[in-house]
Design a protein around this ligand. Structure first.
Ligand code: ZN
Length: 456
């Protein structure tokens, strides 16, 4: 009896082990998969059944890049069993394409993209017309937009193009009165935003011949708005030139070029003692004294741009080279003060004759372009003479600097390292202007403009 029972137990164990070892413990749904490119793939979804375990016990090896079509292999490992599955990533679908009907004037260059409001695909694609349309035809026409990916899958959508002969001029907004600051270099036309039904960028030109920007008062100017189809509209506009307080006062603008150096610190101390403000047109070539920019800025002095390199041959070789250098010095200023500067002084002033050696006519181009780019540049009407050499006597600097010839004095100094006599003369010069009743202001874009004539 006992022997019989023993025999049954052994037989049962054989069956159980047999199931365990010989029956497949991991059953997959597919041995190969095709997946749409850009879609989602969870390889665990391909597991049908696991004997004596769960899906989580399966280790899956191998990478499938769903952004790149190709043939990939992943391996499922469960206990000591491994199975491989081929995964084919393919792009079989056309791009997703949304379009809209459009109305354009005859001057609009029409490309298929003009009609597309949304388009996307897992692969690279191109948008085109199904056939070359007659884009010069006035009126409505039906067009077909095709988006085709690099695997040849395409999507087509119909649109209606309405070509219109634009006969309506732009419309002026309701403008009560334009206001500009006395002496401003601001482009007044930028304040006038006209609208056109078909030209997204209508132009405005103003005739300012009746306007004296330096004398406060009310003026009438004429503005002309034009669209690209040649429709014009004239409009009279009132412009108020608002008094600039700096113009009615006697002001001295103390300006320091070529810093920073240890002399900058001396200058700052003297300005602090006198409680007056000045302007520093800084350079970037001395990395050791940049903390004085922050100090000057924090004390309320103006930080203007002179040049990063102050290398005439480089900065005056082309307008692009000039602006690259200007951007570099402005980046430096912004990094230190947190604010970009919009005032500058050209190395050598706008009247320098050196720049013509590197690029003829460049100063006329630069003086125009800096204003267009939103800067104001300042020359000087009184020079301290400290650029005549490195040891200009203190008394000569005082003599040249002190004059009552102007109500607005833009006084040129240098605070580079050799200019010790400038520092020595400064106290007397400040006292001179104080006694004469001058105010000391840092320069801003609205300050009294002092421009030389360009000579190239
Ligand atoms: Zn300079």
């Amino acid at each position: 009896m006992k022997r019989k029972l023993y025999g049954i137990v052994v037989a049962a164990l054989y069956i159980l082990f047999g199931v365990y070892f010989y029956h497949d413990p991991m059953i997959l749904k597919n041995t190969s998969l095709t997946v749409e490119m850009g879609s989602h793939l969870d390889p665990y979804d391909n597991i049908q059944n696991i004997v004596f375990g769960t899906k989580k016990d399966v280790d899956i090896k191998g990478e499938v890049d769903l952004k790149k079509p190709g043939d990939y292999v992943i391996t499922y490992v469960f206990k000591d069993k491994a199975k491989t599955v081929n995964v084919a990533v393919r792009d079989t679908q056309g791009p997703h394409l949304e379009v809209a009907d459009k109305k354009f004037d005859l001057n609009t260059k029409i490309r298929p993209e003009c009609f597309v409001t949304k388009v996307s695909d897992a692969s690279e694609f191109e948008v085109s017309f199904d056939k070359k349309p007659d884009l010069d035809r006035v009126g409505e026409q039906k067009l077909k937009i095709v988006a085709k990916d690099i695997y040849g899958n395409s999507t087509e959508k119909d649109v209606v193009l309405n070509r219109i002969q634009d006969k309506k001029p732009p419309v002026f907004p309701k403008i009560d009165k334009l206001k500009v600051m006395q002496g401003t270099s601001e482009d007044i036309s930028s304040q006038i935003k006209v609208k056109d039904d078909l030209d997204p960028e209508p132009k405005v030109k103003i005739d300012t011949s009746s306007l004296d920007i330096f004398t406060p008062g009310l003026y009438t100017i004429t503005a002309k708005a034009s669209d690209r189809s040649g429709n014009d509209k004239d409009q009279s506009l009132e412009v108020e030139v608002v008094p600039n307080p700096e113009y009615s006062e006697k002001v001295v603008y103390l300006t320091f070029d070529d810093g920073l150096s240890e002399n900058t610190k001396e200058v700052l101390d003297i300005l602090k003692k006198h409680k007056v403000k000045a302007t520093f047109f800084v350079t970037g070539h001395d990395e050791n004294h940049r903390e004085y920019i922050k100090e000057a800025y924090d004390q309320g002095h103006a930080i203007g741009l002179h040049s990063y390199t102050h290398d005439y041959a480089k900065i005056y070789s082309s307008t692009d080279a000039y602006f690259a250098d200007l951007d570099a010095v402005n980046d430096m200023v912004e990094e230190i003060t947190g604010q970009r500067s919009d005032i500058l002084r050209f190395p050598g002033g706008s009247s320098n004759r050196v720049s013509a050696n590197y690029s003829k006519g460049i100063m006329s181009q630069l003086t125009d372009r800096v204003i267009k780019e939103g800067y104001q540049y300042f020359d000087w009407n009184v020079s301290s003479g400290d650029a005549e050499g490195n040891d200009v006597p203190k008394d000569r600097i005082i003599e040249l600097s002190c004059t009552d010839a102007y109500d607005h004095v833009n006084l040129l100094f240098h605070d580079s390292s050799p200019k010790d006599s400038t520092v020595a003369a400064l106290d007397t010069i400040i006292q001179y202007y104080k006694d004469k009743g001058y105010k000391f202001y840092p320069l801003t874009k609205d300050s009294y403009i002092c421009h030389h004539s360009t000579v190239n």
